[in-house]
Design a protein. Structure first.
Length: 257
């Protein structure tokens, strides 16, 4: 018996519509735009300093919808390296987002343990996570001596530094360990969009401006003194630095394009 379909028998499933949203990261120092090398700032300990390098990873992005549900950006498309020296790197364009209204964003500062332990030859460790080429290698954002990504790198000079060259450096990483438990400095940040919504349609693109105030690196749960800690890497005190920079992000505004 041949099958047939009557004219009113059709698939009523609506196609899933998607759009684009942009997350724009703007690094600041207090109420000033961050300038590399040329401007001296003062931290909460009263110490002056300049910034020559500021890099940090943003990953595992989630967008919070009006109804409280979560749109999770596919993980392969959810790793970014923000570099103050590269303006283009500060704008994250996220495509194929479900249309709707969004009231917040959540993201990780750093690289999660799953990607950190992945074989470097696998596709998931390519692109921005390729430790042997591209920005990760150029910016030296990976420790070969203690395998793992550097989540945040900040360097500069200060009259308060006790190093021979007057420099300070904070290289913070640690995903929990590959073969044995170690420091875990992975931080998750959740930001609400105060008084505004990010609208995503097939034709409207919302640009969410997120400010990162580097003075918070020195003034969070722990006051960070350059004189007392001119260099921090893979030491227990790195947790204090990570706890501080987890609080440096805030949403300034949303622009609709």
């Amino acid at each position: 018996m041949a099958s047939c379909q009557f004219p009113d028998e059709k698939d009523d499933t609506d196609p899933i519509e998607t759009g684009t949203i942009q997350l724009q990261f703007d690094n600041i120092a207090g109420n000033q735009d961050l300038q590399l090398d040329s401007v001296r700032y003062q931290n909460s300990a009263g110490e002056d300093f300049t910034v020559s390098i500021l890099n940090y990873y943003i990953s595992n992005i989630k967008l919070i919808r009006m109804d409280g549900s979560v749109f999770t950006v596919p993980q392969d498309s959810s790793y970014f390296l923000i570099r103050e020296s590269n303006r283009e790197s500060q704008k994250l364009t996220i495509r194929n987002v479900l249309t709707g209204e969004y009231t917040g964003v959540e993201f990780t500062i750093g690289v999660d343990s799953l990607r950190s332990v992945m074989d470097p030859s696998q596709p998931g460790r390519k692109g921005i996570l390729d430790k042997d080429s591209g920005p990760t290698n150029e910016e030296a954002m990976y420790w070969d001596w203690n395998p793992g990504y550097i989540f945040l790198k900040m360097e500069g000079s200060s009259d308060s530094s006790t190093t021979a060259n007057g420099k300070y450096f904070y290289h913070i990483g640690g995903f929990g360990g590959l073969t044995a438990p170690t420091l875990n400095n992975i931080k998750t940040v959740k930001l609400n969009f105060p008084g505004q919504k990010a609208i995503v349609t097939t034709s409207i693109v919302s640009n969410v401006l997120i400010q990162a105030n580097i003075l918070k690196i020195f003034d969070g749960p722990t006051q960070l003194s350059i004189k007392e800690n001119p260099g921090v890497m893979f030491t227990p005190f790195s947790k204090n630095v990570a706890d501080n920079y987890a609080g440096m992000f805030s949403v300034k505004e949303i622009k609709i394009n």
